[in-house]
Ligand binder design. Structure first.
Ligand code: 5GP
Length: 204
């Protein structure tokens, strides 16, 4: 992967922590970041649009995508498949643009294996009570689904240590600012800059 490739940003964290909200706010603020649309077998929620929020697939279609190696990563989460279409991500990065994946932790760990140079951001809740309120407050989940999502969330928080950055989502504006600061700093890493200077020196 060349130095002029875009950054692969992976934003993950427990269900209900507000990844979706933070991601949309980031997209508003940072127009250059490209958002990867995932495939899923879960049913669309009210207002969700195929190809915008997700590519909605049957289990059979999804399993075919797995077999044909069309997914950069995939995971089963609370009874449904979720995965990132590989080609779109690879082509966008190669064109020099930054891509953000908003995915859960199992998938993020697969991406880390394949793209260790990715930037892994863990969005953390201010506390667990707050997280429960958010999952319940969304009002789209059954009681059983809320319970399962909370269980998963606790296991997910244990994985924080595998990430490069922890961003507490106490306030959306603040969380966005923290992420913007990380993206700016990552672009300024010497590994991404030094080749330009070496090139100049050679040209002298
Ligand atoms: P929801 O059903 O609430 O939209 O998403 C459930 C979980 O799946 C969230 O944690 C979300 O970030 C995650 N997710 C969404 N797309 C993907 C994906 O492509 N891959 C993986 N591994 N997780 C995803």
């Amino acid at each position: 992967m060349g130095n002029d490739n875009g950054l692969l940003l992976v934003l993950s964290g427990p269900s209900g922590v507000g990844k979706g909200t933070v991601c949309s706010a980031l997209r508003q603020r940072m127009k250059d970041i490209v958002y990867s649309v995932s495939a899923t077998t879960r049913a669309p929620r009210a207002g969700e649009v195929n190809g915008v929020n997700y590519f909605f697939k049957t289990r059979q279609e999804f399993e075919q995508m797995i077999e044909q190696d069309e997914l950069l990563e995939w995971a089963e989460y609370v009874g449904n498949y979720y995965g990132t279409p590989r080609r779109f991500v690879e082509e966008t990065l190669a064109s020099g643009r930054d891509v953000i994946l908003e995915i859960e932790v199992q998938g993020a760990m697969q991406v880390k294996q394949k793209f260790p140079q990715g930037v892994f951001l863990f969005l953390a809740p201010p506390d667990l009570t707050e997280l429960r309120n958010r999952i319940v407050g969304r009002g789209t989940e059954t009681e059983e689904s809320v319970r399962k999502r909370l269980e998963v969330a606790k296991a997910e928080i244990e994985l924080m240590n595998q990430y490069d950055y922890v961003v507490v989502n106490d306030e959306i504006e603040l969380a966005c600012k923290r992420i913007e600061a990380i993206i700016t700093a990552e672009h300024l890493r010497k590994e991404r800059q030094i080749h330009k200077f070496r090139q100049w020196l050679k040209e002298e």
